[in-house]
Design a protein around this ligand. Structure first.
Ligand code: ADP
Ligand code: MG
Length: 473
C-alpha cells in the first residue's frame, strides 16, 4: 500500500503525520508553548472524524483544551478535513519504550512519502525571524555558560574578531538564545541572516528545483552576519556542502561574521566534509555545559521576575517550589523554564499557590526518575497503614465498606503517582479488571470535590508516599 502511494495519482487517503503536525504546532504556537505543553502529547489513533490523543495528566489535558485545542484542530484539519474533534486519553508515555524503535521507522517512512506529496510555501524572510525576547539582558550566566556568553558579546562588538564563532552544547542549553541575542544586537546596522541548518538545506534544495540558485547565492553572500543554528542537522549532498563551503569562504573573505551552533564539537560532526569541520575549528570554539544548581535557581528567579512584570505581580510560587524545580529539573534549561511555565499557568487558572504535591503532579512527566521510585506496593503499604487495614484485606475480593474506600484510594494514587498503565495497576490489585481501576479513579476524583476530609487525607497520603515521610504535613 505504501509503495503504491508514490507512483499512483489516485486520491490517496492521507494519514496524519504527527511529526508534521507537531512541527506546525511549534511554528504556530511558538517554541515555548510547544515545549511546555505540547511536545509530549501523542497521536494514538486517527478515526473517521476524530483523533485520539494521549496526554500524561488531566491537568495538561484541561490546559490544552482551554487554550490550544482550536488551533491544534485547525492544524490537524489541514491534513484531514474530516476531523471535527479531538479526544483525549490520559496515559503515561513511559510505557511505550519497546515500541519506539518501530514507531521511528514507521515515522520515517511516512515522512519520506509526505515530503514528496506536500509542499510548503514560504520565503527566505519568513525564517529570518529574530525574537526580541531572547536577548543578552535576559540571558542568565553561571560558570557553565559564561564563556559562550562573553564570546557572543564580543562578536557583537567587534565583528570578525573570532571568526567563525562556534558554540556547542546539549539541547535546551541556550544556544539559540545566544545566537538570537547576537542577531538582535547586530541587526540595527548590519544585514543579519539567522537560519537553522535544516532551513538552509531546505532552501537550497528548493532553489535548485526552482532554478533559482543565483538568487540563493546572492541572498546568502550578501549578508554581513550569518547565524546558522543546529549545524549538526546539515547532512546534505555533496553539491550542497560545496555551496555552503563556498558561501562560508566568501563571507569570511569579505569580513562578514559567521556564528554557528551545534550540539557537539566540530570534530564530532558526522556527514559533514572534513574541510568544513576544519574551518569551524579555525575560529573560536566554545561549549555550554549543563547548568549547576545555582544557575538553575538564578534562571528560575529571573523568569519569575519577567513573569511578574508581565502579570503585574500576580505570580505566587513558593520558595520551596522554586528550589524544588531547580533541584529536580536538570536536563535542560528549556525544560526548566517549561516546568515553571506550567506551574505558573496552574496557579493562574486555579487561582492558588500550588503546593509541593500539586507541583509533583503538574510536572509528573518531567520527574521521571523520582517518580519511578514510587511503587504500587509502597502505595498499598502506606494506604493500608493509614486506614489500619491489612494488605490481605485490601487485596481480597471483599467489598465491605471499610475496605472499598481504602482500596479505591490506593488505586487512585497508583494512577496518579506511578507511570503504570490501567491494566498493570489492575494486576497489582489481585488481577482486577482495568475497568475497576477506571471506576475507582473516577469515584475518588468525584469524592475529592465533595468531601473535604477525604481530600485532606489524600493529600496527606500523597505527601507520605512522595517524600517517604511518615509525619503529617
Ligand atoms: P538550545 O538552542 O541550546 O537548544 P535555547 O536557546 O532554545 O536552547 O534555550 C531554551 C530555553 O531556555 C529558551 O526559552 C531560552 O530563552 C532559555 N534559556 C536558555 N539559557 C538561558 C539562560 N542562560 N538564561 C535565561 N534563559 C535561558
Ligand atoms: Mg536551539
Amino acid at each position: 500500500m505504501k509503495n503504491n502511494l508514490q507512483n499512483s495519482n489516485i486520491s490517496i487517503e492521507k494519514k496524519i503525520d504527527w511529526k508534521v503536525v507537531q512541527s506546525n504546532m511549534k511554528k504556530k504556537l511558538g517554541q515555548d508553548i510547544f515545549e511546555s505543553w505540547l511536545k509530549k502529547i501523542e497521536l494514538i489513533e486517527e478515526f473517521n472524524n476524530y483523533v485520539l490523543i494521549s496526554v500524561s495528566t488531566r491537568f495538561i489535558r484541561d490546559w490544552i483544551t482551554s487554550r490550544y485545542l482550536d488551533q491544534i484542530l485547525q492544524i490537524i484539519k489541514e491534513y484531514n478535513k474530516n476531523i471535527t474533534r479531538i479526544e483525549f486519553v490520559i496515559e503515561d508515555q513511559n510505557n511505550n519504550n519497546s515500541k519506539s524503535f518501530e514507531n521511528d521507522l514507521e515515522q520515517n517512512n511516512k515522512n519520506s512519502i509526505k515530503d514528496n506529496v506536500s509542499f510548503i510555501k514560504d520565503s527566505f524572510l519568513q525564517y529570518n525571524r529574530i525574537d526580541p525576547n531572547k536577548n543578552f539582558d535576559n540571558f542568565v550566566t553561571g560558570p557553565s555558560n559564561k564563556l559562550a556568553f562573553e564570546a557572543s558579546k564580543k562578536v557583537s562588538q567587534d565583528i570578525s574578531h573570532y571568526n567563525p564563532l562556534y558554540l556547542y552544547g546539549g539541547v535546551g542549553m541556550g544556544k539559540t538564545h545566544l545566537l538570537n541575542s547576537i542577531g538582535l544586537s547586530l541587526k540595527k546596522i548590519n544585514k543579519v541572516m539567522f537560519i537553522s541548518a535544516e532551513r538552509f538545506m531546505y532552501q537550497f534544495v528548493k532553489s535548485i528545483k526552482a532554478n533559482e540558485m543565483v538568487k540563493f547565492k546572492e541572498y546568502f553572500r550578501n549578508t554581513d552576519i550569518l547565524l546558522i543554528d543546529d549545524i549538526q542537522f546539515m547532512n546534505g549532498k555533496e553539491a550542497m556542502q560545496e555551496e555552503f563551503f563556498h558561501t562560508f569562504n566568501a563571507l569570511i573573505e569579505k569580513g562578514s561574521q559567521i556564528i554557528v551552533s551545534a550540539d557537539r564539537p566540530p570534530n564530532k560532526l558526522t556527514r559533514i566534509q572534513e574541510r568544513i569541520k576544519s574551518r569551524f575549528s579555525g575560529g573560536l570554539v566554545v561549549d555550554i555545559q549543563n547548568p549547576d544548581y545555582e544557575l538553575r535557581y538564578k534562571i528560575i528567579k529571573s523568569k519569575i521576575d519577567e513573569l511578574e512584570l508581565f502579570y503585574s505581580n500576580q505570580i505566587n510560587i513558593t520558595k520551596e517550589t522554586q528550589e524544588f524545580i531547580s533541584n529536580e529539573i536538570r536536563t535542560s534549561i528549556r525544560e526548566l523554564v517549561g516546568a515553571l511555565n506550567r506551574i505558573v499557568s496552574f496557579s493562574r487558572i486555579y487561582n492558588k499557590v500550588p503546593s509541593l504535591s500539586e507541583v509533583r503532579v503538574i510536572l509528573k512527566d518531567l520527574l521521571n526518575l523520582t517518580e519511578n521510585k514510587v511503587t504500587i506496593d509502597f502505595i498499598q503499604t502506606i494506604v493500608c497503614k493509614f486506614f489500619k487495614i491489612s494488605k490481605n484485606e485490601m487485596l481480597s475480593p471483599r467489598r465491605s465498606r471499610y475496605l472499598v474506600r481504602p482500596r479505591q484510594t490506593a488505586i487512585y494514587l497508583s494512577k496518579m503517582l506511578t507511570s503504570k498503565s490501567l491494566p498493570e495497576i489492575g494486576r497489582s490489585f489481585s488481577n482486577r479488571d482495568h475497568t475497576t481501576v477506571i471506576h475507582s479513579v473516577k469515584t475518588i476524583e468525584k469524592l475529592r470535590k465533595e468531601d473535604n476530609e477525604l481530600n485532606i487525607n489524600i493529600d496527606s497520603l500523597k505527601n507520605k508516599i512522595l517524600y517517604n515521610q511518615e509525619n503529617e504535613i
